[in-house]
Design a protein around this ligand. Structure first.
Ligand code: 5GP
Length: 175
């Protein structure tokens, strides 16, 4: 697909952010290129429009950029999966491990129903810890997680292996 190279080249790489040795994939430059941003959303919409998706679950913060336009285009609801203590209502949460310590993601109780079909959207999969927690959270309440969708995968970190038998759809692989 000739849209992929344009998307890939619109993503800026910033060395040593947020700490030395990390090559940060910066998607804000993709957002500055309306054609590349549109192609990104279109590719996801084309993939999911006929898959009877009820829920697009977006992961804070950059899943909140890509998730809503996909949800609107395919007629699904958008559910934010947030960092702890941000959501005002009753939440369920799922912990996951970081390099040092742990983190959590939370979702409102009642936002999704058992049997609904969901796609989880984020900008990037690194170790897969975040998406793994999001899958567990949705499955705990009986949601059928159809697929995880990211703009970028860092294949060297083998995050895909942490998703078990869940399928992962990505547009760009970055080394
Ligand atoms: P993981 O849990 O797969 O190790 O990390 C993925 C999460 O960290 C995603 O929510 C993603 O937004 C963020 N992340 C990690 N590295 C990068 C990066 O290089 N660029 C961007 N944009 N996000 C990153």
């Amino acid at each position: 697909d000739d849209r992929i190279p344009r998307i890939s080249s619109s993503i800026r790489v910033i060395p040593d952010f947020p700490k030395p040795g990390i090559m940060f994939q910066d998607i804000t430059t993709l957002l500055l290129d309306p054609a590349a941003f549109k192609d990104t959303i279109d590719l996801f919409v084309e993939r999911y429009k006929d898959k009877k998706i009820d829920v697009v679950a977006g992961i804070e913060a950059r899943g909140f950029i890509f998730g809503p336009p996909i949800a609107l285009a395919i007629g699904a609801k958008f559910v934010p999966m947030r960092k702890p203590k941000k959501l005002p209502g009753e939440v369920i949460s799922e912990e996951y491990s970081l390099e040092y310590g742990t983190d959590k993601i939370e979702m409102h109780v009642g936002a999704v129903q058992p049997g609904e079909r969901a796609v989880i959207v984020d900008d990037l999969i690194a170790t897969g810890g975040t998406l793994n927690a999001a899958i567990r959270l949705l499955e705990r309440v009986g949601v059928d997680v159809v697929e995880c969708a990211c703009v970028i995968e860092l294949p060297e970190l083998k995050g895909r292996d942490r998703l078990g038998d869940k399928s992962l759809f990505v547009l760009v692989s970055s080394t």
